[in-house]
Design a protein around this ligand. Structure first.
Ligand code: ZN
Length: 181
């Protein structure tokens, strides 16, 4: 039994990145929920969601849930946003973050990236990246990764990510990554 914490980024009073009507928190939740529903019948994977659809939870609360549950994998789901500028709508692609120096985190990020790009190739894969300042990657005691599925500032990306079948494809890609570990 593999215990997977699914962490939809932001929520509640924190919408995450916004572009027009789109709020990162809503899309992060939709993808996370698609993944949760996908693994629910599984006897091989048990999943826990860190927050409900319309409420947020502190970063400490997310980390605490994962550590208290002794999860095997922590997966945080986010959307990227390009900085203000002339070509703001052009940035595209997926990337996966892990904590620097974490071999298992890097392996998880690589597997998730490969799974994701096979199912959601739009914009290409920007690769695995590491950063020390993501609280959820730093505080969790199990292999952890933070997926930036695509850019909320890219209308072509969002035309896809608004569709339930594409949200499910992203979720399936992430699940394939988990199963490939
Ligand atoms: Zn985010």
């Amino acid at each position: 039994m593999t215990k997977v914490v699914i962490d939809p980024g932001h929520g509640g009073s924190d919408p995450g990145a916004c572009y027009g009507e789109w709020r990162e928190a809503d899309f992060a939740w939709a993808i996370a929920d698609a993944l949760y529903r996908m693994v629910k019948p599984s006897k091989r994977i048990q999943a826990l969601m860190t927050r409900p659809p319309h409420a947020g939870v502190s970063l400490q609360g997310r980390v605490r849930q994962a550590n208290d549950w002794d999860a095997h994998i922590f997966l945080s789901i986010h959307l990227n946003a390009a900085p203000l500028g002339a070509n703001r709508t052009e940035a595209a692609g997926s990337e996966v973050w892990h904590f620097p120096g974490s071999t298992q985190g890097a392996r998880l990020a690589e597997a998730l990236g490969a799974g994701l790009i096979a199912e959601f190739p739009f914009g290409g894969y920007r690769g695995e990246k590491s950063a020390a300042d993501f609280f959820v990657l730093k505080g969790t005691r199990m292999p952890a990764a933070l997926v930036e599925v695509g850019f909320i500032t890219n209308p072509a990306t969002m035309a896809l990510l608004q569709r339930e079948d594409e949200q499910e494809a992203v979720a399936f890609g992430l699940l394939s990554g988990i199963l490939a570990l």
